[in-house]
Design a protein around this ligand. Sequence first.
Ligand code: AP5
Length: 208
Amino acid sequence: MKIVLLGAPGAGKGTQATRIAEKYGVVHISTGDIFRKNLKEGTPVGLKAKAFIDKGQLVPDEVTCEIVAERLKEKDCEKGFMLDGFPRNVMQAEALDKMSDVDLVLNIAVDLDKLMARLTGRRVCRECGESYHVSTFAGNKCSKCGGEVIQRADDTEETVGKRLKVYSEQTQPLIDYYTAKGKLQSVDGMKPIDEVFAEVVTVLDKVK
Ligand code: AP5
């Protein structure tokens, strides 16, 4: 299956992607994770991306599209892939059309005004990326790998506000873009995580 996960910051793309990858064995490609890995390793791409991520802006299209194009050429993507966080604007969507023909765009629909609390309360494992929320998690040790659990630098109130604005202006138009192509299916991302996943499975079982 070749799928795209679409949704606002904090919609639950990463949360659902982990479950989808586990159930369907599909390769999970998150551009945000790729940038954070590069940043951790101090690569030129990571340092360039940091300047944009810290301001809540999109990393320039040419950088992002090149990374995705190269990643999709790798052998593990031959049978399919799941893109999380790409495309994020119409230019990236058009670039993706040239790279591959996706089967489905799964939109995780949420009320934007509920996302600030989700994101400022999110904590992530520095080692494996597992995501937690302060409402249900206390401490600083990952229950999956034992790594240190921290707050992402772009999960401050100010930067989240900017990311949500970028989403409304640049990413939300992709809902119309993929609806026009007959590829969009939406699930209700405001439900509890397990219920969202049940809806996701209903949709994906039809394309696998
Ligand atoms: P990226 O890492 O992609 O961030 P994002 O899109 O802002 O998405 P998030 O990871 O913040 O949210 P998510 O939807 O994965 O939510 P999660 O599952 O963690 O990108 C970061 C930056 O990199 C961008 O700002 C940009 O600068 C750059 N970038 C990345 N891709 C790019 C591209 N293509 N082009 C240019 N620049 C790019 O959930 C959030 C929280 O909510 C968690 O605490 C979770 O436990 C909780 N939660 C999840 N689901 C539910 C639920 N159903 N109910 C209650 N709580 C829930």
